[in-house]
Design a protein around this ligand. Structure first.
Ligand SMILES: [Zn+2]
Length: 324
């Protein structure tokens, strides 16, 4: 991870105070999912444990261990689905008494702190307010409101802002190079600054489109013309959602062509490989590609949605069921 990339000006100031020991030793890091709470806490841990003069360097042995999640003096709790229990808090309290193995600090990072039940939060209170020397504790949370008022009042809150739409779009573009501009924009708007939400949105949508595309092809190859027309002209389809769907359908056809030409398509399941492989000839697939590309162009240049999709359905059916 690029440590310098997380260094906004206000974080630099925070870091200075953290290293000087002129601020609290118990922090509540609040921000929406995907706003980089854990990255921020790890970055602080690197800054506290770094072996170079310019901390955090991101390159020394200690920084690499912190970022890799295996520094012996960085203790991580609550990363999974389950809330941190009272028993775990007791273990944590014991660990705060340990002498650091590598450096001079012991850093504790508690993820999903809002999920902790009241007894666990109460058990944490004392050590969070007054940790032993050299101990720094970070509570990571989507919302401070999930913490007891007594916990809230004992920690210094650091709020992480959601990502700027422009930064997020650039990042998503790198992560999902094949996703269309329309979908990227939708993901940015939908996620309201949370990169994690945007990622989920794009993945979920891509899966749904691939499933719909596979259904179209199955029905076309099964020879049920009217069911195919019904599927393609369903009222839920709008121009905006159809374009990416047609792209997924084309991707499926291209993958099949690749298979038929002796290559191996990564997106096809074993079942699809067998089912489509037996039913569709190379010529039929190529003809389906042609009609899909033509209809996609009509849709893009504002052709009537129902008319274009009906034409696509009959065109696909003819291509799939052409004999001889
Ligand atoms: Zn370092």
């Amino acid at each position: 991870m690029d440590l310098a990339g997380t260094l906004a000006p206000e974080r630099a100031d925070f870091l200075r105070r953290l290293q000087n020991g002129t601020c609290s030793h118990g922090f509540i890091v609040e921000g929406p999912k995907g706003s980089g709470k854990k990255a921020f806490a790890l970055w602080c841990a690197s800054a506290l444990l770094c072996e170079s003069a310019d901390k955090p360097c991101g390159a020394c042995r200690s920084c690499r261990k912190v970022q890799g999640g295996h520094h012996p003096d960085v203790h991580l709790y609550g990363g999974g689905d389950k809330a941190i229990t009272v028993g775990q808090v007791r273990d944590l309290i014991k660990e705060t008494g340990w002498i650091p193995t590598d450096g001079e600090k012991n850093v504790f990072i508690l993820e999903n702190a809002q999920k902790m039940q009241a007894p666990a939060q109460n058990a944490l209170l004392k050590v969070f307010e007054e940790p032993p020397a050299g101990v720094v504790i970070f509570l990571l949370t989507d919302s401070r409101r999930g913490l007891l008022p007594t916990v809230r009042s004992r920690g210094q809150t650091v709020r992480l802002s959601p990502m700027e739409p422009r930064d997020m779009e650039a990042k998503l573009k790198l992560m999902f190079p094949r996703v269309s501009q329309g979908e990227l924009s939708a993901a940015v708007v939908y996620s309201r600054g949370s990169l994690g939400e945007a990622e989920e949105f794009l993945k979920r949508d891509a899966v749904m489109r691939r499933e719909a595309a596979a259904e179209w092809l199955t029905v076309a190859l099964d020879g049920d013309k009217y069911r195919l027309i019904g599927l393609l002209t369903a009222s839920k389809h709008k121009r905006d959602t159809l374009l990416p769907l047609l792209d997924s359908f084309l991707q499926l056809l291209f993958d099949l062509l690749l298979e038929k030409s002796g290559g191996r398509a990564v997106l096809l399941t074993e079942e699809q490989r067998e089912f489509y492989g037996n039913r569709a000839t190379k010529r039929a697939i190529a003809a389906m590609c042609d009609v899909t590309i033509t209809c996609r162009e009509s849709l893009e240049s504002n052709g009537n949605v129902t008319a274009v999709m009906t034409r696509l359905a009959t065109g696909l059916w003819s291509a799939a069921n052409e004999r001889g």
